[in-house]
Design a protein. Structure first.
Length: 349
């Protein structure tokens, strides 16, 4: 898992020309988020001093930290205060002492992987300029309103560097051959004609209190929906950011009724069912396609399938890169200083 990964939609650009050429399309339609890897590129703005800080090394300007050392990664200490700040930025209210130990363990693993990527990016000479930061802020108005602390500004620098590292290093030579695209389309031919339905993201938890807290986080913009789904949901699609496609009539009536009231991009209130407490975000509706749809419809569906293949291939490469960094790193978890029982997957050396 790469948490909110910050790798969303950096992957397809190098392949779009090949896809257009293979499909014979004048333009490549933008796909909904369900066909990419997840969500906005970054969330906050940052200043030039922090850019210099990263250029000098991702750990160089963290300042003196007297809190306990909870882990050591390649000889560099991670302090409890650093981790708690990360939790606060990424999870808001969920950083309270009642956070499940498994969740805190997952977030510590993510924090360690994030530090490994940033360290590797620094060794590769990856930095971001003021112009890139300004452009990110212009592209997303939420960045301007949420970057109100030095920690938040530092976090956006990290997000931008990670994004750039994936594009320029990990995914630099990625290509999807026309034969691969055609094979994937052949395997998914039935998806070129669809029944009416909808693509939604879902978060499911087992208490109303937890559901209400998650709902506030995602509706007030303190946590991105897909990230909240990965970290909080106990539904089977949590690892996919809660993404699922349902045909009309497939869900229990109480859930489908709530989804029908939504417009794309809207989030439902908390809904109770026999499975738990649900929050839905409607991504898009799907109209039923006839057996002989218009050529424009076929082209759009083919393009979406091709982009989905690109996203899957790039996600695989990112996951493999993360696994290589983690498996080759010297990682020591200092259990007595954690304050919770670590159940993560990085206690390997």
């Amino acid at each position: 898992m790469w948490g909110d990964h910050s790798i969303q939609r950096v992957h397809e650009d190098a392949n779009l020309h090949h896809v257009r050429e293979h499909l014979g399309l004048d333009s490549f339609p933008s796909s909904p988020s369900c066909f990419g890897l997840t969500t906005a590129v970054v969330r906050r703005v940052a200043g030039l001093m922090l850019v210099f800080c990263l250029a000098a090394g991702v750990f160089a300007c963290r300042g003196s930290d007297r809190s306990p050392v909870i882990a050591t990664v390649n000889g560099r200490d991670i302090h409890r205060a650093q981790f708690e700040r990360f939790l606060s930025l990424k999870m808001g209210e969920f950083t309270s002492g009642e956070s499940p130990e498994t969740l805190r363990s997952q977030m510590l693993d993510e924090y360690i992987r994030r530090r490994l990527v940033l360290d590797q990016a620094a060794r590769s000479g990856i930095t971001v300029s003021e112009a890139e930061i300004d452009q990110a802020a212009r592209d997303d108005a939420q960045l301007r309103s949420t970057a109100t602390t030095p920690e938040a500004r530092e976090d956006v620098i990290d997000d931008l560097v990670i994004d750039k590292f994936y594009r320029q290093v990990v995914l630099r030579d990625v290509r999807v051959a026309p034969a691969e695209i055609q094979r994937y389309m052949d395997e998914n031919q039935t998806r070129l004609t669809e029944r009416a339905g909808f693509y939604v993201r879902e978060i499911r938890v087992q208490s109303r209190e937890a559901a209400e807290r998650v709902h506030r986080e995602v509706t007030e913009g303190r946590q991105e929906y897909a990230s909240a789904a990965r970290l909080q949901s106990d539904a089977p699609n949590a690892e996919q950011g809660g993404m699922a496609r349902y045909d009309e009539g497939q869900l229990p009536a109480v859930l489908e009724k709530a989804i029908r009231l939504l417009r794309p991009g809207e989030v439902s209130p908390v809904i109770q069912s026999s499975f738990g407490f649900h929050i839905f975000k409607l991504e898009r509706r799907v109209e039923a396609h006839s057996l002989d749809p218009r050529r424009s419809q076929v082209n759009e569906r083919r393009a979406q399938l091709a982009e989905e293949l690109i996203a899957r291939k790039n996600q695989q490469l990112v996951d493999e890169a993360l696994e290589r960094l983690a498996s080759s790193a010297a990682i020591r978890i200092n259990d007595p200083a954690l304050g919770f029982t670590y159940t993560g997957g990085l206690r390997h050396n």
